[in-house]
Write a protein that binds this ligand. Structure first.
Ligand code: TIU
Length: 226
């Protein structure tokens, strides 16, 4: 076990049973013309964390630890998308309609792909999730259990929506969760800060939070072989 300096106190990373979960680093959220943009958000904020997320993914790959990628994605026939989700927010382009990068939030469309800089490698799990959380209607828990995963390290977007929802779902299923705070971003700085505060409050009611440098330092201190 490797102690990682974190809030609210040290996170003990179990090298044999830890996976990285990279949430929704898709063009639909990070580039103009996608779902995030259609909801009226300033997408440039999210682009800025791509190098940090890439470094985090590289760290896990260098240790041979599992990397899981999620995409918020719906079937082309929208059979897995509640009408309430399509209608919500009076967006400029609705889910399933055609935007600058193809149909909004639809699996297989250009806008639904993970950004090139963070492309999954062969053998890494990629899941399409119809909800904000990574466990709803995905079979994710069973796949993690089959692999003996008990610890999840989180990155991705947005901090207070899909990342926090996934982390809460994971926490309720018994996973020990660590968010890498500079590898996650929100369209709203205040919401990112609030989400982090909520995660670590009450003795880590949802989990732990730390910057990438703290994880990198903990892994470099000789307690785990590269
Ligand atoms: N709108 C927003 O902040 N987020 C989402 O809709 N999905 C994710 O967070 N991935």
């Amino acid at each position: 076990m490797i102690p990682v300096p974190a809030r609210p106190y040290a996170y003990w990373l179990d090298p044999a049973h830890t996976a990285l979960v990279v949430i929704d680093m898709q063009r639909d959220f990070i580039e103009p013309g996608g779902f995030g943009d259609s909801l009226g958000n300033e997408v440039a904020r999210l682009q800025a964390i791509v190098p940090t997320v890439a470094e985090l993914i590289g760290l896990f790959r260098s240790h041979g630890w599992p990397v899981i990628h999620t995409r918020e994605a719906h079937r082309p026939d929208l059979s897995d998308c509640p009408p309430s989700k399509i209608a919500r927010g009076n967006p400029s382009v609705h889910i399933g309609e055609t935007g600058a990068m193809g149909r909004i939030l639809i699996a297989g469309e250009p806008g639904n792909q993970i950004v090139d800089a963070l492309a999954p490698m062969p053998g890494e799990i990629v899941i399409d999730k119809p909800g904000k959380g990574m466990f709803w209607a995905t079979g994710m828990h069973e796949r993690l259990q089959q692999r003996g995963i008990s610890h999840l390290v989180f990155a991705g977007v947005t901090t207070e929506v899909c990342v926090q929802t996934s982390m809460r779902e994971a926490n309720d299923r018994g996973y020990e969760c660590l968010l890498i705070e500079d590898a996650s971003e929100s369209y709203f700085p205040a919401f990112k800060a609030a989400a982090i505060d909520m995660i670590v409050a009450q003795g880590g009611i949802v989990g732990w939070v730390t910057p990438l440098a703290a994880l990198r330092g903990a892994l470099a201190d000789g307690s785990v072989a590269a």
